[in-house]
Ligand binder design. Structure first.
Ligand code: NAD
Ligand code: UFG
Length: 349
């Protein structure tokens, strides 16, 4: 049985990916400092995994704690690492750049050093479509020009460059850098999902909180873009499709010809803010009041992925539609209006 270390495994993407890994027969060891997540997510993943639940172990450790990380690597021989752990709020990264550079870069450097010291040289890293900046051409292909517009984006771009340098210096490394587009939704059980702390930065977590009455209205950032209805266009992908993309990437790491490769994980389709809101209203039966506002600084007009490379080389393709994403998001939100702290949760861990 293959053993995978998952950093940030208690988070939104991490928890869904850990579940898919367990169901696919992997043994999983999570390292997470629970800075932006809850242990409840791990209990629920264990339950959802049924007979495979006992193949999960969780360590509450900060990646920058080298001694603790060394201990974990000394006790288990990992086949590969999936590295999700990081801070991800763009606005906060502008306010607190050092926090982001410290957490994301030092965390990653420590991880890669400890991996190398223990002979584990297979990595899947969470990069982001943010590295395409404001794309001059869509769809974004893996060869499109890269730029970063804020400290968060610069940490992603720096880690990508770091990985390419490490591979150049030592071809024993096998690295897959996954550029995620816009994740939406939750596990269809409604038992795990996204539980952002504070005011959500992203569109659908905000919509979700309006729907359950936690916020009054959605502010639409810009309705004068050159798009179908004037609002920004993004490539929304269901969290389960994204999680399955990681299982496909792990399998690809066994390909003897793989070095350091980049793949987009998206659907290849663009959807506007108003189209997303309409789809959510339809499946939830909830009206989302809107307040039109100016453009959010740093926002691109239209971003969507070319998915050809991932389809061809990872043998992976997103299956779920916008309606599926909204339905599963609403299922999670209505069962857990206050996330993992929810009083009204259908099941308690
Ligand atoms: P998340 O905040 O839900 O999960 C990240 C997890 O990492 C959290 O559980 C947090 O506690 C943990 N963590 C952070 N710093 C840590 C540290 N120093 N040591 C140990 N654990 C630490 O975020 P997510 O949405 O699941 O994102 C996962 C990764 O994917 C991040 O690297 C993020 O930048 C990247 N990403 C996310 C999106 C998105 O829209 N959610 C898009 C592109 C890329
Ligand atoms: N939007 C609103 N109101 C809101 C939030 C968002 O109108 O309250 C609009 C934005 O202007 C944009 C669209 O909804 O047009 C999507 O915005 P998000 O904040 O949900 O997503 P972004 O594309 O801006 O960025 C997100 C993450 C990035 C990541 C990127 C691709 O925040 O870190 O997806 O994965 F890089």
């Amino acid at each position: 049985m293959k053993v995978v270390l998952v950093t940030g495994g208690a988070g939104y993407i991490g928890s869904h990916t850990v579940l898919q890994l367990l169901l696919a027969g992997f043994k999983v060891v999570v390292v997470d400092n629970l800075n932006n997540s809850s242990e409840v997510a791990m209990h629920r993943v264990r339950e959802l995994a049924g007979e495979f639940g006992s193949n999960l172990s969780v360590n509450m450790v900060d990646l920058r704690d080298r001694a603790a990380l060394e201990e974990i690597f000394a006790s288990t021989q990992f086949d590969a690492v999936i590295h999700f752990a990081g801070l991800k709020a763009v606005g906060e990264s502008v306010q607190k750049p050092l926090l982001y550079y410290n957490n994301n870069l030092i965390g990653t450097i420590t991880l890669l050093e400890v991996m190398a010291a223990h002979g584990c040289k297979k990595l899947v890293f969470s990069s982001s479509a943010t590295v395409y900046g404001w794309p001059k051409q869509v769809p974004c292909t893996e060869e499109s020009p890269l730029s970063a517009l804020n400290p968060y984006g610069r940490t992603k771009l720096s880690i990508e460059e770091m990985c390419r340098d490490i591979y150049q210096a030592d071809s024993e490394w096998k690295m897959i850098l996954l550029r995620y587009f816009n994740l939406v939704g939750a596990h269809p059980s409604g038992y795990i999902g996204e539980d952002p702390h504070g005011i959500p930065n992203n569109l659908m977590p905000y919509v979700q909180q309006v729907a359950v009455g936690r916020r009054a209205a959605l502010t639409v950032f810009g309705n004068d873009y050159n798009t179908v209805d004037g609002t920004g266009v993004r490539d929304y992908i269901h969290i389960i499709d994204l999680a399955d993309g990681h299982v496909a990437a792990l399998r690809k790491l066994d390909d003897p010809n793989i070095g350091c490769e980049v793949y987009n994980l998206g659907t290849g389709k663009g959807t506007s803010v108003l189209e997303m809101v309409k789809a959510f209203e339809k499946v939830s039966g909830k009206k989302i009041p809107l307040v039109m506002a100016g453009r959010r600084p740093g926002d691109a007009e239209i971003v969507y992925a070319s998915t050809e490379k991932a389809e061809r080389e990872l043998n992976w393709k997103a299956k779920y539609s916008i309606e599926d994403m909204c339905r599963d998001l609403w299922n999670w939100a209505s069962k857990n209006p206050y996330g993992y702290q929810s009083q009204d949760s259908t099941k308690q861990s």
